[in-house]
Design a protein around this ligand. Structure first.
Ligand code: AHR
Length: 315
């Protein structure tokens, strides 16, 4: 029976491989430079591999993503890539994909659902990202008191929940480092700027703030603008640490206006398409989580060079 099932899976996979494969991609939107780069790279990767990519921009709304998944299922695509805006509420749509034998791969964020509903997830360990950011700050302040303001990502997204958890874990045994304010900036530059302005106003014109932890670089770039407009020096009066590694943040580091970022590769599609191609070739199933690296960059890591290397990559 098992042999028969394996043979059927392999022949179905081979049938998909024989013609050009169609993959639906439900993207969150374009809230950040990082996401724009992920979209660009996914389209490039699909083209290079001869995959017909059906792209759907959800404009930050889960209901649009669910409608896109259902449309992809109705079209009979060979696979679906999903970057889930929030962690919950995916079961019914993903069950429909499963019933139609359409493999789903999660990109860059996780969901709260059974892992039977997707083939694999490609992304960073977001708790670890937060820990790396927090660890950098703990080491940098070296025992001095440091009041931190936190700009959270989109409420309910796995990455916002986990980056916060990781950062809190890193500072837990260091009572000198305290989060004094924390609010969402929705992963956008404008959100980061607006919320940072309110933090500065509430904290004695920013005098009480020692450091900013932003869940992504775009919010940090917005916050850096707010710090400058308040007459303070970002990178000196207020230290900054965030996540992504976008060119504008490297530029800010090169100018001494930002301190550290934990890189998240925007190339989630490469490993996802590799997994699909192996599956289509002979039914090989990937592991459930394909983890990308989380390297920290500081002002000592040639930020000008990093800016130059990244600026044409679609950020
Ligand atoms: O899910 C990844 C996060 O989403 C990136 O850090 C952020 O920039 C994006 O919008």
């Amino acid at each position: 029976m098992k042999v028969l099932l394996a043979a059927t899976v392999a022949s179905l996979a081979f049938a998909a491989a024989a013609s050009a494969q169609t993959v639906g991609f439900s993207q969150i939107g374009s809230e950040s430079g990082w996401r724009a780069a992920e979209t660009t790279l996914t389209k490039q990767q699909a083209e290079e591999r001869g995959i017909d990519l059906k792209f759907s921009d959800a404009q930050q709304k889960q209901e649009n993503q669910i409608a896109a998944i259902r449309a992809f299922v109705a079209q009979g695509v060979d696979a679906i890539l999903l970057a889930p805006v929030v962690a919950t509420g995916w079961d019914s749509a993903l069950e429909e994909a499963k019933e139609s034998d359409i493999p789903v791969i999660l990109l860059d964020r996780q969901i709260d659902a059974s892992d039977n509903l997707y083939m694999t997830a490609v992304g960073a360990d977001s708790v670890h990202e937060g820990e790396v950011a927090g660890g950098w700050l703990v080491d940098t302040v070296d025992g001095k008191d440091c009041n931190v303001v936190e700009l959270q990502g989109t409420t309910g997204s796995s990455v916002a929940i986990e980056r916060k958890e990781g950062f809190e874990k890193a500072i837990a045994d260091h009572p000198n480092v305290k989060i004094i304010r924390s609010q969402t900036g929705d992963f956008t530059r404008s959100g980061g700027k607006e919320v940072m302005e309110s933090f500065i106003q509430a904290e004695n014109g920013g005098e009480n703030i020692c450091a900013l932890f932003a869940h992504n670089d775009d919010m940090a770039v917005g916050a850096i603008q707010a710090i400058k407009e308040a007459g303070l020096q970002p990178g000196k009066d207020i230290l900054t640490v965030s996540i992504d590694g976008v060119p504008d943040y490297f530029k800010a580091m090169a100018n001494g206006e930002a301190n550290a970022t934990v890189e998240l590769t925007p190339n989630m599609a490469g490993p996802a398409f590799d997994a699909l191609e192996a599956y289509w070739a002979d039914g090989t199933m990937p592991q459930k989580f394909i983890q990308t690296d989380s390297k920290i960059y500081t002002q000592a890591d040639d930020p000008e060079g990093e800016y130059e290397r990244r600026k044409g990559l679609g950020y």
